[in-house]
Ligand binder design. Structure first.
Ligand code: MRU
Length: 335
């Protein structure tokens, strides 16, 4: 199962909005449809967003019929700009766009620019596969025998188009033969935990218990959780971490109950240009994601709802950040 796959003339993705009941692959040939798939969370999770955007840009560039290099670059900018507007929080997206743009600086013919863009998108994808596998191996050393791990949202193969981050660590610990179990926050409003993490854990035969987000404090306070591991959408230079809404509450609860709280992410999720979490842009999504569940309206007509998609966990609540370069502790040095 591949969350994102390059077919040569199209990008194949799994429509994650339909999981777990329908496993549907979509072959996308037009770049605006890739941007739309990112916006609507058909493809989602910080590393997978970056990879899909890179392929989407490469796909769009193949169709550019420009008279000269400068016309090519101006059309290219329109394509890249559409992707930069798709989702604001996951920095992997912006790192991928930056890398794709840099590739063009070294190429001079239209053909070489087009093929270099495909190569760069493939490299971004391969590097994420390697990084997520490595960080999962490092992270597995933090998991003890008989651990119960709490996780939030979905940070598995679907979210990374690779091995996974938080879930990669869990999957690796299980593959190493450790007896573990996982508590999965359902992750309102879009239920990535209930729909995607529960599904991925079941496929791996890892014992998992689904809880509503508001049950986390109960289980943490009863000593039922040995550690919390989450993914990240953007990590500031000081270690402050943006991740799915609800992560901050979990970190505070973990701290209150003296339970270690770990963030697992590839270095492509670190934004050293940003000093602290207060500068991380937080995506606001439509209120109807809150007033409905799976398309079914639950709130009264006219009810006002807020929908920030991410929150920021201050670095003081984070015990360590698990990356492909190892387990990093304070003071953070990501270079
Ligand atoms: O809105 P989403 O589903 O893209 O949010 C995803 C998350 O918050 C993940 O935890 C994060 O991207 C890490 S993915 C390895």
């Amino acid at each position: 199962m591949k969350a994102v796959e390059w077919l040569g003339d199209a990008l194949r993705i799994i429509d994650q909005t339909l999981l777990p009941h329908t496993l549907k692959y979509i072959d996308i040939r037009d770049y605006p449809d890739v941007a739309e798939a990112i916006k609507t969370l058909r493809v989602r999770g910080a590393p997978a967003i970056g990879i899909a955007a890179a392929y989407g840009i490469a796909l769009g560039a193949q169709r550019i019929a420009a008279a000269d290099r400068s016309e090519f670059l101006s059309e290219y900018e329109t394509i890249a700009e559409l992707f930069s507007q798709s989702r604001p929080t996951a920095v992997n997206l912006f790192h991928a766009i930056e890398r794709m743009g840099q590739v063009l600086e070294k190429q001079h013919t239209m053909d070489s620019m087009k093929s270099a863009l495909i190569d760069e998108a493939k490299s971004i994808h391969e590097e994420e596969e390697i990084a997520t596998k490595r960080l999962s191996e490092y992270g597995a050393s933090l998991i003890g025998e008989n651990f119960t791990i709490l996780t939030h949202c979905n940070a598995g193969p679907l979210a990374t188009a690779g091995y996974g981050t938080a879930l990669g660590v869990i999957i690796e610990a299980h593959r190493q033969g450790k007896r573990i179990q996982v508590f999965v926050d359902e992750t309102r409003p879009l239920l990535q935990g209930a729909r995607l993490t529960a599904w991925e854990l079941m496929k791996e035969h890892i014992p998992a218990t689904l809880i509503t987000d508001s049950m986390a404090g109960y289980f943490l306070s009863r000593g039922r959780i040995n550690c919390v591991i989450v993914g990240a959408d953007r990590i500031a230079a000081n270690g402050d971490t943006a991740n799915k809404i609800g992560t901050y509450s979990l970190a505070v609860l973990a701290h209150e109950n003296a339970v270690p709280f770990y963030v697992a992410a590839p270095l492509s999720t670190v934004d050293t240009k940003i000093e602290s979490g207060s500068d991380i842009p937080i995506e606001e999504r439509k209120p109807d994601e809150v007033t409905t569940i799976a398309g079914h309206r639950i709130a009264p007509d006219g009810a006002v709802a807020a929908n920030p998609a991410f929150d920021v966990t201050p670095h003081r609540y984070i015990h360590a950040i698990i990356t492909e370069k190892g387990i990093i502790r304070k003071p953070y040095n990501f270079t």
